[in-house]
Structures are given as C-alpha cells and as structure tokens.
Design a protein around this ligand. Sequence first.
Ligand SMILES: *Cc1c(COP(=O)(O)O)cnc(C)c1O
Ligand SMILES: [Zn+2]
Length: 406
Amino acid sequence: MQASHVRHARCLRCGAEQPAAPLAELCTRCAPATGESGADSPDADPAILDVVYDYDAARPALLTAIAPSGPPSARRADADVGLFRWRALLPVDTVPPLPPTGDTPLLAAERLATRLGLGALHLKDETRNPTRCLKDRATAVAIARARAAGATDVYCASAGNAAISLAGYAAYAGLGCHVYVPHDASRTRLAWLEQFGADVHVSRGSYDDAFAEAAEAGARHGWYNRNCAYNPYLVEGKKTVAFEIAEQLDWQVPDVVAAPVGDGCTLGAIGKGFRELRALGLIDRLPRLVGAQAAALQPLVRRWRGEPPAPESGATRAASIKVRHPRNALRLLAELDAAGGALVAVEEEAIEAARRALGREAGVVAEFTSAAALAALERWAAERARAGERGLRAVVVVTGGRPDEL
Ligand SMILES: *Cc1c(COP(=O)(O)O)cnc(C)c1O
Ligand SMILES: [Zn+2]
C-alpha cells in the first residue's frame, strides 16, 4: 500500500508550516505550552493545524480509487472499502481492520425539493455509518493513527456522538476508551456508551467543561486524542463526505451543501474536501456552504456576521451542536470565505418542523441536530429566491440518526 502523501502541517491561526507530527499536536510556534486545550482563554481560537498534501503525487492513486466496481465484500481489503478508498488524501499509511465506514447513500428527496422550490435536493445519509453518525469518519482515521502510534487507549470529549463513535470503534479494535460527556447527555446516548463498554465520565457541566476535563485527563494519561477540534488528522476523515457527494453527483457540483455547526469541524471539513477536489481538477467550482446553528446558541453565526458575542440561553434540543466556545471557528470561517454561503440560526420550532419533514417526506430518521441543516437551508434558499436565484441544487448532510428521547 502506498504511504500517505502528507507534506506538512500549517497552523490555522498563525500560518506557520511545520512537520506533520505523528501524534496530535497544536502549532509548535503559537500554541501556549500551558495545557493541552491549547487555548489562551476559552474565547481564544486554539492553534489547530491543517494537514497539507503533495497533491501532484496523490492524484494518480486518488483517481484509481474512484467508483470501484461492485458492492463491498467482506473479503476486500479494508483499505479499499468506504472512506479509505480516498487514502491518497488521508493521513494514514496502514489501514487496520475496521467497521466499514462511509460510502453512505445520497438520496434524491424529490418531494422535499418540490415543496421547498429547489431545483434538486439530495440527502447525504450519514446515519448509515456503523454508529449512525458522520463522526465515524473521523473515528476511523483516529483508530488507524492510534494503532500506528502504538496507543492502547483513546479518549475524547463529546456531546455524545463522537464518544459513541469512538467507543464502538475502540470496542472493535480492542482499545481502552475514555469519554467525557456533558451533564445533560441523554439517556439514549449514555445507553449506547454502556453498550460499547466505554469508561464514561459525565461532567457536572456543559460540553465545554467536559472538553477541559478530557484534555486534562488525556494529557495526564497519555491517551490518544480523538477531538476533531484539536487533532488535525480527524477532519481529514470527515472531508471524505465531500468526495463522495461529488462522486455520487457525477462531479456536477451542487450549488449549496448544508450541515449543522457546533465546533465547526464538520462543515469546515466539507469545505476542505471540495477545495481539494477543485485543486485536483475533478470539479471546476465550489458549492456554497450553509451552516446551521440553534437560535438559542449561535456564537458562530454572530461571529460570521461580525457581531460581538452575546449572552445566550443555550436552551436547545440540538444537543450535538450545543457548543458555547467553538474550537474550529478559524477553519470554518476560512472555508466560508473560500466558498461563500452563510451561517444561519434556526429556532426550535423550525428545526422540529424540518425533523418531521425529513421523516414524513423523505423517510429519513434524523436526530434533532441534523434537522437543523434542512431548516437553515430552507431559510437561506428562501432568501436567495427573493434575490432572484431559483432552482438551487442543494445537498443536506444528515449528520446523525440517533434520536434522543424526548
Ligand atoms: C458533531 C455533530 C455535528 C457538528 O459538528 P461540528 O464539527 O461540531 O461542527 C453535527 N451533527 C451531528 C449529528 C454531530 O454529531
Ligand atoms: Zn500557529
């Protein structure tokens, strides 16, 4: 198998280029040496790195990966299945046995498209991943790298889905798994963690508190870090959802791709994936990006609009994007600059309506958070229609399909 084509890492905060280190690290030039969270204060952007490849060298291998014939078989090497098809642009040298991840369906939602006045609407159904969430793409890369680094234990902080994903994959791979979740993690999420036998730490505080607690424990024990808003290699896994969308649309780039936004890693990764395809000449333009936040907690919407932070209740059922101090804002804002688009805040009622619509008009069960992307797209497309732009071809990434109990 060919080695990875990673060339170096570049700091999203100060721009410094540096060797891509084997373990997850922040910028060696501008990250403070104090504590693994790497932020000077909760409001400061951590000095997260971005992985840069030798695209000329990666191109031939990547082209052979596109559209392999036939369904995955249990006998096919793991390196040829799902997201590892794209390993020429992934930071992995060796793919260990893993639950098959990615290659999820792209569903044409014609009833929804018609009602919303869109030219086309496709749902990228990430609920079909092994633990029913897009997070599995990052976890697959994390486990491959943790194994390569000889780690015995992995950890993360999570509103629930990243923890469940990590717990499932760690169970499969036989790694110890330590997860830090907020006080209000739902019973559904805790039950999944129990199912996978994870070492669960329920914080007395929010996701932001769980993040700090995880960082402290992880650094103390030397566990492998699966936090996308810290470990630069993980968004690389997430970006493959963009590769698949482009491939499934026969390289006809949609006008817009919408996803929910918490820390900003997921939509930032999607933006990166499309930019890389353009750099390789596989597509000729970028889709605009629409990111959804809940109206009750919308720090990135405010920042994108150039508004100062405001006190916010945080009272939202969108548990997976309930993030008061987003840690990958720089990445997301850079991708939004490159691609255009918007960050859109949506009320609870609009999210609930979108959740019902996904079920009743497309047969897709989405978690509440994921429905926010459809609600945001609907609002944004209506605005574009008022500006005279009609017939938009849209993709909504249905990021997760594990409804929390009400
Ligand atoms: C984590 C998550 C998101 C948001 O991803 P960020 O990288 O935090 O922006 C969206 N939807 C679901 C279902 C998630 O689990
Ligand atoms: Zn830096």
